[in-house]
Write a protein that binds this ligand. Structure first.
Ligand SMILES: Cc1cc2nc3c(=O)[nH]c(=O)nc-3n(C[C@H](O)[C@H](O)[C@H](O)COP(=O)(O)O)c2cc1C
Length: 146
């Protein structure tokens, strides 16, 4: 059994719901999944000891929230090279943030990113059965890579 860490920011709860469903998908595939709000990550030590990292935040103003940008600078110091990576977030019309995070994971952190790419979910889908299943599937795909 391996361990995955999901770090997320969510202002109004949609991305948080996605995080919980993705964690369930990882657990169903037989691995441990820990959830942490981005505000709980204070030092690079808080990122140590996992095989997979899934980072999630919503898109606001065509980008990622400032606290998540700051978090990625901290994550840069945590040596995540070769670790499994995925990124997700809720959105309504442009959905830029998950792709930005995913690119940073792939090209800057040199992580082994999931073939599924980044995972964007329309806000109105998050609370649906179909939305929940899509999140489970993303988690399972990460779990299978572990
Ligand atoms: C002020 C504001 C700006 C937003 N800007 C964008 C945007 O540029 N692109 C987009 O796709 N969604 C945008 N959204 C929609 C949010 O991404 C969406 O509500 C999302 O579900 C919020 O996720 P959360 O509940 O995890 O905070 C914006 C929402 C607000 C309130």
């Amino acid at each position: 059994m391996k361990k995955a860490l999901i770090v997320y920011y969510s202002r109004t709860g949609n991305t948080e719901k996605m995080a919980e469903y993705i964690a369930e998908g990882i657990r169903v595939s037989g691995h441990e999944a820990e959830l942490k709000k981005v505000s709980e990550i204070k030092t690079k030590k808080d990122l140590a000891g996992y095989e997979a990292y899934i980072f999630g935040c919503p898109t606001y103003h065509r980008g990622m929230p400032a606290n998540f940008e700051t978090f990625l600078f901290l994550a840069q110091t945590a040596n995540l090279e070769g670790k499994i990576g995925g990124a997700f977030g809720s959105y309504t019309h442009s959905g830029d943030a998950p792709k930005m995070i995913f690119d940073t994971m792939e090209f800057v952190f040199k992580m082994k990113v999931t073939e599924l790419g980044s995972f964007n979910m329309l806000e109105k889908m998050v609370g649906t059965r179909e939305g929940m299943k899509a999140c489970h599937d993303y988690g399972k795909a990460i779990g299978e890579k572990l």
